[in-house]
Design a protein around this ligand. Structure first.
Ligand SMILES: *Cc1c(COP(=O)(O)O)cnc(C)c1O
Length: 403
């Protein structure tokens, strides 16, 4: 029976929808396959730059429908290497979204170039209409992010890039398994960067990769990631270009191969659960889930993103998040500021004034409306999703208790 107590919000002392007896799926998901793979590598004594890496690279390229996969130490390194290979550096500009993780912009700075921010739109991705106005004679590339796994409008972005002779490097660090019109992300432009860091949907604690269909670009990325060495068959201590050491280990590759066997099923499960949430939460006044696009034929969910319109819902985002957390829902407000307001830009040279930026959608997402549910929650059951809906409806119903 639901008595008076259960009709009260947990944050006010009521009974939570999900008590401590109910837990969300934990991340990372792993089993004997990972443990055995690690033991096999250890016992083989072949810990470094060998068959496991080659195998994972082939598997991951096939999974994303691309020709080449070059593994490396992180998603950040993957972005830096891609930009380095394009010869982007001092005096050059790269257009990036204002709403993303720091690495999208810091990779540009790390090669000595200048990140130029464009606002996102209601898709939480680069607004194609704001890219062209940001292009100058110094622009060398556009770096869209497929935020939360939701593919950016790659038709528009590619058309703009073609018109201006720019390269497109995808920050695909949220989009393992996402497909645009049937093709995997990563090589929709010249190349793309992936991350296998601990929080990501496929992980070896750390790790990254660059995907591309371009032979010369992929070969140069491999060379840069491997101390500037030449291709297969060339002498080991001959260095043909400036490189770095960004190689991953056989341990990581072995874990990633095991993780990859689950990725498709997990992606489909998250997609199915997200569709339920879209239907139910999208019908609640004052909430808008991150919208899809018919051209996205498979969508990874690194996060389930949701926006609140405080006036219509009845409370500010911070109150909503605290109330939802008290009911047992792991939800967070996400990035607290658009990138151009990060302290690192205050003294960054290059003659670019980062105080000039005002990206209203990014600012609204950061300061008022954006919310994230971590991807592991989407690996739960349908009953778990119904609990999420019940939590949100309960808060909506009792929202006057929050003021
Ligand atoms: C995680 C992430 C990266 C960087 O990946 P690391 O492997 O952590 O270096 C880059 N871009 C975005 C959008 C990310 O979320």
């Amino acid at each position: 029976m639901t008595g008076a107590r259960t009709s009260q919000l947990a944050i006010n002392g009521g009974t939570p929808v999900r008590g401590p007896d109910k837990s969300w799926p934990v991340w990372p998901v792993f089993d004997d396959a990972e443990c055995q793979a690690l033991a096999d590598v250890a016992q083989s004594g072949r810990w470094w730059y060998g068959e496991r890496i080659k195998q994972f690279e082939q598997e991951y390229a096939a999974f994303q429908d691309t020709k080449h996969c070059v593994t490396c130490t992180s998603g950040t390194a993957a972005l830096e290497i891609a930009l380095r290979v394009l010869g982007i550096g001092q005096g050059d500009e790269v257009i990036v979204p204002a709403y993303t993780f720091i690495a999208t912009a810091s990779a540009v700075m790390w090669v000595g170039a200048t990140p130029v921010f464009a606002d996102v739109d209601d898709s939480w991705n680069l607004n194609p209409e704001l890219i062209e106005p940001a292009i100058t004679l110094r622009t060398k590339a556009i770096m869209p992010v497929h935020f939360a796994g939701r593919v950016a409008d790659m038709d528009s972005i590619s058309a703009i890039a073609d018109r201006h002779g720019l390269n497109v490097i995808e920050d695909a660090c949220h989009s393992w398994g996402s497909k645009w019109k049937g093709k995997g992300t990563g090589a929709l432009g010249l190349g793309g960067a992936f991350s296998f860091q601990f929080s990501k949907n496929i992980t070896a604690a750390e790790g990254g990769a660059i995907l591309s269909n371009d032979d010369a670009f992929a070969e140069a990325c491999r060379s840069v990631a491997n101390c500037g060495r030449g291709g297969e068959g060339s002498e080991w201590f001959v260095h043909v270009r400036l490189g770095t050491n960004a190689r991953m280990t056989e341990f990581q590759a072995a874990v990633l191969s095991a993780q990859l066997t689950r990725l498709e099923e997990q992606t489909l499960r998250r997609e199915k659960n997200a569709a339920l949430l879209d239907n139910e939460l999208g019908a609640i006044e004052g909430l808008t889930p991150q919208p899809g696009d018919d051209r996205i034929t498979r969508r990874a969910y690194h996060l389930y993103c949701l926006r609140i319109r405080p006036e219509e819902f009845g409370c500010p985002r911070e109150q909503f998040c605290s109330a939802a957390q008290a009911e047992g829902l792991p939800i967070a407000a996400g990035y607290g500021r658009p990138l151009y307001q990060q302290p690192v830009f205050a003294n960054y040279g290059g003659g670019h004034d980062y105080t000039q930026y005002h990206c209203p959608v990014s600012e609204d997402l950061c300061y008022a409306s954006g919310m994230w549910i971590f991807h592991s929650a989407l690996l739960g059951s349908e009953a778990d999703m119904r609990d999420i809906v019940a939590i949100v409806k309960k808060i909506k119903h009792h929202v006057s208790e929050l003021s």
